[in-house]
Design a protein around this ligand. Structure first.
Ligand SMILES: [Zn+2]
Length: 76
């Protein structure tokens, strides 16, 4: 028994940054709001997971828009 054991017990849960519910410390997805969450910070709050899917979708949609503008106005 020592300070480390107490610390582990203290951080057995983390707080979901989306819905502020306490969720298991090792959860990747919040069981309450189904949002992806990252590792817990020192304050016990889970980090927001990097949402690669929507990031990539955003890049693709901007690229598509740029291509459309090029195709519609800048050809020839
Ligand atoms: Zn949540």
């Amino acid at each position: 028994m020592g300070a480390d054991d107490e610390k582990k017990y203290e951080y057995h849960a983390k707080k979901c940054p989306e819905c502020m519910t306490y969720i298991p410390i090792d959860a990747d997805v919040c069981p309450t709001c189904k949002k992806r969450v990252g590792k817990a910070t020192e304050s016990g709050m889970a980090r927001k997971a990097t949402d690669w899917k929507s990031y990539i979708l955003l890049v693709i949609s901007w690229t598509g828009l740029a291509l459309y503008i090029w195709w519609a106005f800048l050809r020839e």
